[in-house]
Design a protein around this ligand. Sequence first.
Ligand SMILES: Cc1cc2nc3c(=O)[nH]c(=O)nc-3n(C[C@H](O)[C@H](O)[C@H](O)COP(=O)(O)O)c2cc1C
Length: 300
Amino acid sequence: MKLSTEISGLKMRNPTVLASGVLGETGESLLNVARNGAGAVTTKSIGIKPKKGNKNPTVLETEHGLINAVGLANPGIDEYENEIKIALKSKIPVIGSIFGKDKKEFVYLAKKMGSFGVSAVELNLSCPHAKGYGIEIGDDKKLVYDIVKNLKKSVDIPVFVKISVHTNIVSLAKNIESAKADAIVAVNSLKGMKIDLDLRMPVLSNKIGGYSGPGIKPVGVRTVYEIASSVKIPVIGCGGIMNGEDAVEYMMAGASAVQIGSGVYYRGVDVFRKICKEIKTWMKKNSYKKIDEIVGIGLR
Ligand SMILES: Cc1cc2nc3c(=O)[nH]c(=O)nc-3n(C[C@H](O)[C@H](O)[C@H](O)COP(=O)(O)O)c2cc1C
């Protein structure tokens, strides 16, 4: 059974990828994820300067998932070079996630990431809880086009664009494709909130957070289906993938690979190895020999 695949020139031993923000802060933790079977790893989203993030609590468990408002805490791009160096020892593709407030910042960060030796850069245009850096960028079709177009002219590594749930997802995806992005990653966490009934106020210090985990899977699958139906560039599916059958579902909806975030929290760091085993079991039962044969078969 062949699980290996290739996306925009990134050769992956299997289609499971660590999603940004989960265990991606240090090179050692990225190495650990690689040792636990991931096909590729994505770093935490990195910005120009060190950022402390929001006050605690920043992550909480709720019905069918997590809500987080970490607030893009990160050490800043210059400090991060060392972590990338360590992560590169894994020999699997390392995807450098970046966030910025305008095209100038994105271009600067992407060039830096490229010079550190990452295989691709992922633009986080969809953080649900960091004002000025998040989902409002992805909501602005023209701005997205401008950022991606400029970036493509400035770096020679593949550019992945990570979006969330936006009003007109099809036209946004087409716009991203026409700006020559190499792949679209969907979805980021969705805006959510939990209120403490005793305190009569939101639990998160930031009030609003990003909802992730099993509860968002149908939204993610629908989004990937709509994107994959309307563009030719690869789509990387994300949102609520906990097991092999979830991964197969996303791939049927058109995802060429899948990212796993909250699954690490629910099933442990070896979730990648477990999911690959479960995908193989499904393939065997359904007589598929290559993972690529499943991609997009549900697009009808
Ligand atoms: C604690 C936490 C931190 C996250 N930080 C980032 C981040 O820095 N950048 C980013 O693009 N996405 C971030 N995400 C979103 C995930 O990468 C992913 O898109 C989302 O959680 C949905 O996938 P999941 O249901 O598998 O977790 C974060 C998610 C969690 C739970």
